[in-house]
Design a protein around this ligand. Structure first.
Ligand code: ADP
Ligand code: MG
Length: 201
C-alpha cells in the first residue's frame, strides 16, 4: 500500500515533532509520568478475569510499563511481547524471568515462551508517537501494528482484541491523517487516566 504524498508528509512531520517532545522529558518527570500510567493501567485491569495481554518493551522514550507488566504477570494475566517476524508482529509469552534478545531494531524480545496468535489476545497495549481524540494512532512509520491488527478493521469489538495506546499526554494532537490501513485505537492510557473512544469502553 502506498500513502498519498499529503498524508505521508504530515505524518513524517508529526513523528519528528512528537518524538522530539517525548525525548525532551526530564528523567525525573518521565519516571513520575510512567508511574502514573502504570497505576491507571493496573486500575483499569482489575478486578477481572485472567487475560491474554500484549505489551511492549519501552524504547526511544516510550512510557516504561515494566512495573505494571510484572504486577499483571503476578496477578495471573498472560503477558506477551512483540517479536518481529518479517513485516508483522508475533506475540510471545513474557514473564519477569524471561530471557530476552535484541531484534534488528535493538528492541529486546523474549527468546522462549509460547506464541499467542494476535486474534487470541484480549487486550493489546501499543506504543505510539501521536494519538488523536478520535482514536487515531501514529506509529514510528513501519506500519507493524496496522499490519498485525488489520483484521480488527472488519470485526466488532466483542470479537477482537481491545487496542489500547500507551502515551504521555503531550502526544495528543488535534488531528491525524487516517489512511485506509490505519487501525484505530479503542482507548488510550496516559498519566491523566484511561480514555475510551466511542464504544470502546
Ligand atoms: P505507522 O502506523 O507506523 O505510523 P503508517 O500507517 O504510515 O505507519 O504505515 C506505514 C506503511 O505500512 C504504509 O505506508 C503501508 O505501506 C504499510 N502498511 C500498513 N498497514 C498495512 C497493511 N495492512 N498491509 C500492507 N501494508 C501495510
Ligand atoms: Mg498507521
Amino acid at each position: 500500500m502506498k500513502s498519498s504524498a499529503g498524508s505521508g508528509t504530515i505524518k513524517r512531520a508529526l513523528r519528528q515533532e512528537l518524538q522530539a517532545a517525548r525525548q525532551a522529558l526530564a528523567t525525573a518527570e518521565r519516571a513520575r509520568l510512567d508511574l502514573q500510567i502504570c497505576a491507571h493501567l493496573l486500575r483499569a485491569m482489575e478486578p477481572g478475569p485472567a487475560l491474554a495481554l500484549a505489551a511492549y518493551h519501552a524504547c526511544r522514550g516510550e512510557p516504561d510499563l515494566a512495573p505494571a507488566l510484572t504486577a499483571l504477570d503476578r496477578a495471573g494475566h498472560r503477558v506477551h511481547l512483540p517479536v518481529l517476524v518479517e513485516s508483522a508482529l508475533q506475540f510471545r509469552r513474557w514473564t519477569p524471568e524471561a530471557r530476552l534478545r535484541a531484534n534488528r531494531y535493538g528492541i529486546p524480545e523474549p527468546v522462549d515462551g509460547a506464541d499467542c496468535p494476535a486474534r487470541d489476545l484480549d487486550c493489546v497495549l501499543m506504543p505510539l508517537v501521536a494519538f488523536s481524540a478520535l482514536g487515531g494512532r501514529l506509529g514510528m512509520g513501519g506500519g507493524y501494528y496496522d499490519r498485525s491488527f488489520a483484521f480488527c478493521l472488519q470485526q466488532p469489538i466483542a470479537e477482537r482484541p481491545r487496542l489500547i495506546g500507551v502515551a504521555y499526554g503531550l502526544q495528543l494532537v488535534d488531528s491525524l491523517p487516517v489512511e485506509r490501513w490505519d487501525v484505530p485505537l479503542d482507548g488510550v492510557v496516559t498519566e491523566r487516566g484511561m480514555l475510551w473512544f466511542d464504544d470502546g469502553g
